[in-house]
Design a protein. Structure first.
Length: 86
């Protein structure tokens, strides 16, 4: 069978994935609430990504095709942002 999944294995795997994110520097559209917006932005920046917190519906059509990933957290949903989430 494959390599045993020890702490060292998980550490190497995590480092490989983090290195891949940093090499790509993905643009990430974040659909989140105000409560977690800064935490998500800081975590993505620390990982080497470029977070974007767009909620204006007029910006979505131009911006979305340029994104590499989407981060979604709507734990405290704001009705004003629903159109841009759709």
């Amino acid at each position: 069978m494959g390599e045993e999944r020890t702490e060292a294995w998980w550490g190497r795997r995590a480092w490989a994935l983090l290195s891949a994110v940093r090499a790509r520097a993905p643009l990430v559209q974040c659909i989140t609430n105000l409560v977690s917006m800064d935490i998500a932005a800081n975590a993505l920046t620390a990982a080497g990504a470029s977070p974007a917190m767009l909620h204006c519906i007029r910006e979505i059509p131009d911006f979305t095709p340029r994104c590499h990933a989407v981060y979604i957290n709507v734990g405290t949903l704001s009705e004003d942002w629903l159109p841009s989430m759709r």
